[in-house]
Design a protein around this ligand. Structure first.
Ligand code: AMP
Length: 188
């Protein structure tokens, strides 16, 4: 990657395809894909102290409390491999996480180049998530995760829009079409 856009935040509702698209771009640009959901699932699998605390929230489709999340992200962004860039997927999930991230990035002298908002209508999301078969993907928790998204995470979109960092992309297309749209937007 030539360096212009190497630090990206992916926003979007659960089931929007953030994980897939973030992973594809991270592979293409050879930068780490930092998914807080993946980090948490590993912690749960390994039954670390964080995993034990986070599991219940994840199973119910609630956000894991900020104090646990902020530590997790702080430590991940201290790793050596993030110096060349990163794609954050699943963080920030509320305005206080967004504000924490701003301060953290300023402290480590990094700047996010672009915040991508993947837009997908709710009715498409439920069907997509039911098709994924993840442990926390039953219809009740899916609907709850969508509610949590609209209440807590959607305001993060305005947070970045007001700071002129937001770019919206239509996520209601095939995976390849979305990947191409993202590539064109980032490196036209
Ligand atoms: P995801 O894979 O991004 O859908 O995340 C799966 C679950 O992990 C979410 O439903 C939350 O319980 C938890 N989670 C992931 N990222 C965060 C975050 N930034 N803040 C709070 N909880 C999170």
């Amino acid at each position: 990657m030539t360096g212009l856009i190497s630090r990206l935040i992916f926003l979007g509702p659960p089931g929007a395809g953030k994980g897939t698209q973030a992973m594809r771009l991270a592979n293409l640009y050879e930068i780490p894909h930092i998914s807080t959901g993946d980090l948490l699932r590993t912690a749960v699998q390994e039954q670390t102290p964080l995993g034990k605390k986070a599991q219940e929230y994840m199973d119910q489709g609630d956000l894991v409390p900020d104090d646990l999340m902020l530590d997790l992200v702080l430590h991940r962004l201290e790793d050596d491999d993030v110096v060349k860039g990163w794609i954050l997927d699943g963080f920030p999930r509320n305005v206080s996480q967004a504000s924490f991230l701003d301060h953290l990035l300023a402290e480590i002298h990094q700047k996010c180049n672009c915040v991508v908002n993947l837009e997908v209508p709710d009715e498409t999301l439920v069907g997509r998530m039911l098709g994924r078969g993840r442990q926390d993907d039953n219809e009740q928790t899916i609907r709850h995760r969508l509610e949590v998204y609209h209440q807590e995470t959607a305001p993060v979109i305005d947070y970045y829009r007001e700071r002129n960092q937001l770019v919206s992309v239509n996520g209601n297309l095939s995976m390849d079409e979305v990947t191409n749209a993202l590539k064109n937007m980032l490196h036209p």
